[in-house]
Write a protein that binds this ligand. Structure first.
Ligand code: SF4
Length: 350
């Protein structure tokens, strides 16, 4: 049963639920520092190095946080990280500002003026939790627990399970807002509808050809640093080809071997036409042919591969490059050229 005592216990067990993000320093002092030193430019004294992880986005890049006089003053990549190779993005390094932000909310505050008036009064945790528990109980007693919205910044792993799967589920609300709601939720939704999963990561270390539809992977992407760093490393060796379809010349498009502008919302027509080329010219044959056994071409799903190929060819026949040119403005010749390149450069990534 939810009461003030239980809520207090839960609050004490999960302090991160009340945080808005920033860097995670909890327990970090128990971990080894793998390298990296930093010195105060004023006193010349070595700063305290604390291994930690960046929470500025979902990637959690390992870092070293440097502390001087009890204050975080600098964040650097963890040089021994196999994920990030010691690199962090500018946003991650700017996490210093978030931690030291004078407007960061560190205590419960109650609004004492009109909405928008900006008048707040600091209250104790006891007051805040009692009020919160009372309001939540009121909603549940009225049979309207879903009117309680849990809004948070970042919360992962056991914290997330404890709050969402246990506390909120038992309370009776699935009304949740979080950082992702205003971040990559649109991408997740699109990918879940297209691929049934939403976390995309490419094996750039072992790929020779990248066909990119609309991802600005070199500037901003889920798992940004590990992903972009691997792609850049291959591009620097000049042994990978990156072809980007995008409505605008993003930073990734500008750095690609080829940027193909496409009319907004018509990427799928180009992809269908490429599938048409690959199937009609039998370019699927070879190493990739094995994968066709996983394709479902009917509700039965266990036909022989030859039947699946015949169904696919028949289905794709109408989606010719000429048809796609009319929809997308990408020329039929260009669609054919890239489809052939993509199908014959092994291994490719999409
Ligand atoms: S990609 Fe950037 S913001 Fe995200 S965790 Fe890594 S350093 Fe932090």
């Amino acid at each position: 049963m939810l009461n003030r005592r239980n809520l207090l216990k839960l609050g004490a067990a999960t302090p991160i639920a009340f945080a808005t993000g920033g860097i995670a320093l909890g327990h970090a002092s128990n971990l080894p520092v793998f390298g990296g030193k930093d010195y105060s430019p004023i006193t010349g004294k070595e700063r305290t190095a604390i291994p930690s992880a960046c929470w500025q986005c979902v990637t959690r890049c390992p870092n070293i946080s440097y502390v001087e006089n009890g204050r975080l003053v600098k964040i650097e990549g963890q040089p021994n990280s196999i994920r990030t190779h010691g690199v962090m993005c500018a946003k991650g390094q700017a996490g210093v500002n978030q931690t030291n932000d004078p407007d960061r909310i560190l205590h419960p505050m109650r609004r004492v003026g009109k909405r928008g008036e900006g008048k707040w009064k600091r209250i104790s945790w006891d007051e805040a939790l009692s009020e919160l528990a009372g309001r939540m109980k009121g909603l549940r007693d009225k049979g309207e627990p879903e009117k309680f919205m849990f809004h948070y910044g970042r919360m992962k792993a056991s914290h997330s399970k404890l709050i969402k799967s246990l506390f909120l589920a038992n309370y009776g609300t699935g009304t949740i807002g979080n950082h992702t709601s205003i971040c990559e939720a649109a991408k997740w939704t699109g990918q879940e509808m297209c691929f049934n999963k939403h976390y995309d990561n490419w094996d750039f270390d072992n790929t020779n050809y990248v066909l990119n539809f609309g991802s600005n992977v070199l500037e901003s992407h889920t798992n940004h640093i590990p992903t972009s760093h691997r792609l850049i490393a291959r591009m620097a060796k000049n042994d990978i080809k990156l072809v980007t379809f995008d409505v605008r010349m993003s930073n990734t498009a500008a750095k690609s071997n080829e940027w193909v502008p496409v009319k907004p919302g018509t990427d799928r027509a180009v992809i269908l036409a490429m599938c048409n080329v690959i199937m009609s010219e039998d370019l699927y044959k070879g190493e990739g042919e094995e994968f066709l056994k996983f394709v479902r071409t009917s509700s039965v799903g266990d036909e022989p591969v030859s039947a699946k190929i015949a169904t696919l060819k028949a289905h794709l026949a109408e989606y010719t490059p000429e048809w796609a040119e009319g929809v997308s403005t990408v020329s039929a010749d260009k669609i054919r050229e890239i489809a052939r390149e993509f199908a014959t450069t092994k291994p490719p990534a999409y």
